[in-house]
Design a protein around this ligand. Structure first.
Ligand SMILES: Nc1ncnc2c1ncn2[C@@H]1O[C@H](COP(=O)(O)OP(=O)(O)O)[C@@H](O)[C@H]1O
Ligand SMILES: [Mg+2]
Length: 149
């Protein structure tokens, strides 16, 4: 089952991300897709803040992954927009860690993603409105969506 959430402001998106963080579990994987400026990084900011990470979160475009080990749980923030297909970047290594992985532009590495995960697709409606479609794969992610949405 898919879930739909309408965000009417940056604050709505931050709050939603914080609510998801409150249901986190080890090895959680969240895949974010949607156009540039649709709010993927805003979502990561809200999640990181709720974890107690005080760093300023920006998209790790040139490094692919930024690691934040200092929060309640480690956070691995990836942006695979510029991933080179030939590049031997070991995303899989991160999926096997106990922290939380959040991947922007995850659809670009679809064939390398684990089966069990939460996909969130962001759509721009107007200046301040975004529609988020949640697709949980696996029981744990279904339960999470049930609890939060
Ligand atoms: N409801 C909303 N949720 C998230 N961001 C919003 C919303 N409305 C407007 N915005 C703006 O959209 C932009 C989203 O940027 P960002 O999160 O970096 O996008 P992405 O990472 O998807 O490219 C920000 O400038 C933010 O202020
Ligand atoms: Mg981004």
């Amino acid at each position: 089952m898919d879930y739909k959430f309408t965000s009417k402001s940056v604050e709505d998106t931050l709050e939603l991300a914080q609510n998801i963080e409150s249901e986190k579990f080890p090895g959680m994987i969240i895949c974010l897709n949607g156009d540039l400026g649709s709010g993927k990084t805003v979502f990561v900011k809200g999640f990181a803040h709720a974890l107690g990470i005080e760093d300023n979160i920006t998209s790790p475009t040139f490094t692919i992954v930024k690691e934040y080990p200092m929060g309640e749980t480690a956070l691995y923030h990836m942006d695979v927009y510029r991933i080179d297909g030939a590049e031997e970047f070991g995303v899989e290594d991160y999926f096997n860690k106990d922290g939380v992985c959040i991947i922007e532009w995850a659809e670009l590495i679809e064939d390398r993603l684990p089966e069990e995960r939460l996909d969130i697709n962001f759509k721009i409606v107007d200046e301040n409105t975004r529609i988020l479609i949640f697709k949980p794969y696996g029981t744990k992610y279904e339960e999470l969506c049930n609890a939060v949405l």
